[in-house]
Every structure is written in structure tokens, then in C-alpha cells.
Write a protein that binds this ligand. Structure first.
Ligand code: AMP
Length: 554
């Protein structure tokens, strides 16, 4: 009997829809439909008494119970002040997202008859440290072993890289989802997938196109009824218009016009929205994606990448015909629609599969060479080719996975950071500024150090303000940077003024930051824990974990 490969599931936790996939015994990524037999599940949560309802029913319930339904929670990930109150309890974005994760996982378990435990979850490339950490916490609250958080465009490129025939090409991934826009340049080679550069806006997505339709409908209602009332103040009308706007937008992807009816305060108004009008009222949104693409291309050029071979389009919103058409005009190249709704979950599943096969390879390398993989994180990369080939063969024989698939799992996948990270310190003129230690679009993992000096003698502690920004400059004004947390470094007694303190930032593959500081007089090394209010922790996390055991999710 061959040894089974542990399943690691890929979950696309989207702003508007989520989905889950795994790699089957033939090495093919497959989406697992939900209990309603849909391949994607609306990321909408309805608090219904003691039960939590996620998906289509929740989305429909928004009309009747607007105050009990939460949509677009992904846009609030990593927000320190977001809480949703229901039944005298407060819920943070991580916990609300955990309900979505549980729904897709539970339904998948029903279908395939296996427990979902190990997962890879995707997030926009644009997410910073806190949003990523919040995504990981959502998975942990849902009870998963979160193997890795990976970027959505990278996942799409992985899915793309495994289906295309020709290798060695540079592709642009234009990913316009429900709430986020990511534009990423990726170099796909036979043995590697390398992200070169990434850009975008995590507050630009299909929802903004919906909002334009909603505003248009409000104006039409006012024009036809002569009223000046803001009908969006009525939560029922607001929900109703949101749903009709999304429906109409989808119809306009197929047809030239669509009828829409608006009901408010006993009055009913009929409107016709044509595709031309829709394009006109949303043109600036599309243009913003074009200019963000150019910004990213300029950065890629600075890194020596002057051209690309292909544009692939993922994300449900690229179904709007004006999107590929505008991109074709801008770049004089036919963009390829690539599995817009499913590529990301499938890519995450393929990544999970790679991790699972790599676990097996690493175990066999360790046995063969007497090395300790815990002490050598890059054990695969440093294993000589002949031993690697032996281990690949052995693994293929023992698991029944084809030789080429096991070989393919050894390709390296390298991502970049979408943000710059630094600390606040004083300049020689005594004004404060952010000194970036890691610059945006650097390949991760990365490890950098920089020395700073204590301003006073006998200083007992240093408060490190950790900052995130999008500048590629080494020194940035504090107001152009967001504080993502603080860390306290306790110093040895009796240090003179101007004592050097070396601060080290290590950013790992999935964008987690580790901060250490070394006081260079006595070489005392301190690991500084990042304190932040933006990610659920402590008592709140414990409560969410405990609640997760008792709450039923449908
Ligand atoms: P994603 O986050 O990739 O699942 O994308 C979801 C977004 O795609 C939502 O804003 C949907 O309204 C939008 N979408 C899905 N299908 C279509 C379509 N046929 N035409 C226009 N937008 C669509």
C-alpha cells in the first residue's frame, strides 16, 4: 500500500466570495462545492439568534435583517477599532472571518468525508503585517493548522504556471476581486516562480463598481420622484440597492442594458441602466487600475524588468467586458482570462500540495543524511542534486505520486513584500523620521540590520515604533507612514549617551516580522514582541476561540 499524502487545503478568503480547493489523487486541483452545491460561497455572515449563517442565505437575509448581517469584513481586517456588536457580545473581524472559513471547510468535509485541518489561506498582496496576522488568526480561531498565508496573485500564478505549456515567461497578474485590486509581475521559469514587483489598492474592487450603480439609482429615484431625501439612510433600501446593483452589474457583463426597480417608502421607480452609462459612471475606477499598473511597471523597470510576455486576468470583476478591453488598448496585448473565480483557491491548494510533498522529501533527506531539518530551514535547497534525485524517486515510489509531480514540487516560489518597514528615530537635526530597514518589493525572506544610538545616558529602555509605508525611500516623513505596533527594548544598566543599539528586522516568507535588537556594548540580544491593537489577542482571542467551540455555523 502506498503512503497517503496529507491533504493541505487551499482557501480563498475573498471580500465578496470564498472558496476551498484541494489537489486530488491525480495531482489536479479541484474546487469543493458548498452544501448549496455552489463552487463559491458569499463571504456574508448572518447572526441568527444562537446560530451563525454564512453564504447565500446570509446574503439574502441582508434585505430583511440589515443590522444582523455583516458583508465585506475583509476590508476591515487589521482595523484596530472595528467591532460588530450582537446580543451583547462584540466580534472582531478575525472572528467574523473565521465563521466564513468554517462554513467553507465544514461543507467541504461533508462532501469529501475528510477533516479539513491543514490549510493555506490567501490574502491580497497588498495586505500589510497586521492584516496578514489577522488572516492567520481567523484560521486559528476556525480551528485550523494554518500552514501558510500566501498572496492571491502568487496563488493565481501558481495555478497558471501549472497549466500552461510554455515555460520561462514574465506575466502580469491583473487581479480585480470584490474588494481589492492587485497588480503583480511574476517570472515563471521551469524551476521557479518569482514575484518581481507588486502594487495595487486594497480598497478598490467590484464593490466600488456596485456603489457607483447605487449612487446612480439614488439620483434616478430623486429625479423621477422629485424628492431630495437620501434614501440610503433607510437600511432596508440600502441593502436592497446593494443587491440589485451587483445583480445589474453582472447582467451588464452579458447584455447591453438592464431594467432595475427601486422601491422605497411605498414608491416604486423603474430605471434602465445601459452598459455605456455604467462604463461612464465607473470609468475613473478602471483608470485608477491602469495608473496603478503603470506605477508598478515603473518599479519593475527599476529592478531591471523592462517587458512582460503576457497579461492574465483573475478575480470575478475582470468579467466586466470593459476591463479586458481597456487593458488590451493600453498594452496592445490580448489579456487572457484565467479561471477568474477559482484560480486563487486552486493555486493555494497546489501550494499546499507542494508543502505536503516537501514535508515528505525533507523527512527522507533528514533520514538519509542525518541532518536536522528544524535546525536547517533551507535543507532542501542545500541538498546535493544526486541525493535530491534519489529522494524524489523514493518518495514517488512510496506514495504513488508521479515522478514529474514530485520533481515539480521542488520548484522554488519567491514572493516580495508589498510594503516598506522601518522604525521612528531622530535625524541629526533632531527631527523625527521613519528609517526604513526593509524596502517595498524586496524578495522575502529578508533580514536587515541598522544601528541607532541612545539619546540619553543610563537609558533603561527604548520604545521602538514599528512603521509600515509604501515608499521606496530609505527615510520617510512620519506622517507618510502608519504605525503598526510598538516594541520595548530593555537596556542593560549604566549605558552612556549615544550607545549603539542594532535593530534587526526579519521578514519571513509569509510577511511576518520578527524584531530583535542588540545592544552592541555588551552584545545583549533582545527579541522585541510587537504590541498592536490591530490584531485580536489575549483575552479577546481566548474568548473567540472558546466561542468557536460552541457556536454553530451553517
Ligand atoms: P472575487 O473576489 O474574485 O470572487 O470577485 C468577486 C467580484 O466579482 C464581486 O464584486 C462580483 O460582483 C464580481 N463579479 C462576479 N461575476 C461577475 C460578472 N459576471 N460581471 C461583473 N462582475 C462580476
Amino acid at each position: 500500500m502506498s503512503e497517503p499524502i496529507k491533504k493541505i487545503f487551499g482557501i480563498d478568503l475573498g471580500t465578496t466570495y470564498s472558496s476551498i480547493a484541494f489537489v486530488d489523487e491525480y495531482g489536479k486541483p479541484v474546487i469543493i462545492p458548498n452544501a448549496e452545491n455552489q463552487r463559491i460561497t458569499p463571504s456574508v455572515v448572518f447572526f441568527d439568534g444562537s446560530e451563525i449563517v454564512v453564504g447565500d442565505v446570509a446574503k439574502e437575509s441582508a434585505k430583511l435583517y440589515p443590522n444582523e448581517v455583516v458583508s465585506f469584513i475583509k476590508r476591515s481586517m487589521g482595523e484596530a477599532d472595528y467591532v460588530f456588536e450582537y446580543d451583547n457580545k462584540t466580534y472582531r473581524p478575525e472572528e467574523i472571518s473565521s465563521f466564513i472559513l468554517r462554513k467553507v471547510a465544514q461543507d467541504a468535509e461533508q462532501t469529501i468525508g475528510e477533516k479539513v485541518r491543514d490549510v493555506v489561506i490567501t490574502c491580497p498582496a497588498y495586505f500589510g503585517i497586521n492584516e496578514r496576522e489577522a488572516t492567520r488568526k481567523a484560521g486559528e480561531i476556525a480551528g485550523f493548522n494554518v500552514r501558510q498565508i500566501i498572496n492571491e496573485p502568487t496563488a493565481a500564478a501558481i495555478a497558471y504556471g501549472t497549466v500552461q505549456e510554455t515555460e520561462n515567461r514574465t506575466v502580469l497578474v491583473y487581479d480585480l476581486g470584490g474588494g481589492t485590486f492587485d497588480i503583480t509581475m511574476i517570472d515563471i521559469q521551469e524551476n521557479s516562480i518569482d514575484v518581481i514587483c507588486t502594487g495595487g489598492d486594497h480598497n478598490l474592487g467590484g464593490k466600488d463598481w456596485d456603489d457607483r450603480i447605487v449612487s446612480f439609482l439614488v439620483q434616478e429615484f430623486q429625479r423621477q420622484t422629485g424628492s431630495t431625501e437620501d434614501i440610503l439612510e433607510d437600511p432596508d433600501t440600502w441593502q436592497d440597492l446593494q443587491l440589485s446593483a451587483e445583480k445589474s452589474k453582472k447582467i451588464l457583463s452579458q447584455r447591453d442594458k438592464t431594467p432595475i426597480s427601486i422601491t422605497h417608502g411605498g414608491e416604486r421607480v423603474k430605471v434602465e441602466l445601459g452598459r455605456n452609462k455604467f462604463e461612464e459612471i465607473s470609468r475613473d475606477l478602471l483608470e485608477r487600475t491602469v495608473s496603478l499598473t503603470h506605477e508598478m511597471l515603473t518599479e519593475a523597470k527599476n529592478k531591471g524588468y523592462e517587458r512582460f510576455d503576457e497579461i492574465i486576468m483573475v478575480g470575478g470583476s475582470t468579467r466586466m467586458p470593459q476591463i479586458p478591453e481597456r487593458i488590451r488598448r493600453e498594452f496592445n496585448m490580448e489579456p487572457r482570462m484565467f479561471d477568474p473565480d477559482e484560480a486563487i483557491a486552486k493555486g493555494a491548494a497546489i501550494y499546499g500540495w507542494k508543502l505536503s510533498l516537501n514535508d515528505g522529501l525533507i523527512r527522507r533527506i533528514a533520514e538519509k543524511t542525518n541532518r536536522n531539518p528544524d535546525a536547517e530551514p533551507d535543507i532542501m535547497e542545500t541538498t546535493p542534486a544526486n541525493i535530491m534525485e534519489e529522494v524524489v524517486r523514493q518518495m514517488s515510489e512510496e506514495t504513488g505520486v508521479t515522478l514529474s509531480a514530485v520533481r515539480r514540487s521542488t520548484i522554488s516560489i519567491n514572493d516580495v513584500t508589498s510594503k516598506s518597514f522601518g522604525v521612528v528615530a531622530r535625524r541629526p537635526n533632531n527631527s523625527e523620521a521613519v528609517f526604513n530597514l526593509i524596502l517595498k518589493n524586496t524578495t522575502v525572506p529578508v533580514d536587515t540590520k541598522r544601528s541607532f544610538y541612545t539619546p540619553e545616558a543610563n537609558q533603561e529602555r527604548v520604545l521602538i515604533r514599528i512603521m509600515e509605508n509604501e515608499s521606496t525611500d530609505k527615510v520617510v516623513p512620519v506622517e507618510h507612514s502608519a504605525e503598526i505596533g510598538t516594541a520595548v527594548l530593555v537596556l542593560p544598566a549604566g549605558l552612556p549617551e549615544d550607545s549603539p543599539v542594532e535593530i534587526e528586522f526579519q521578514l519571513n516568507r509569509e510577511g511576518r516580522l520578527l524584531i530583535t535588537a542588540v545592544e552592541t556594548n555588551e552584545f545583549r540580544k533582545v527579541t522585541a514582541k510587537i504590541e498592536t491593537r490591530s490584531v485580536i489577542q489575549g483575552k479577546e482571542l481566548e474568548e473567540a476561540m472558546a466561542r468557536s467551540q460552541s457556536l454553530i455555523v451553517h
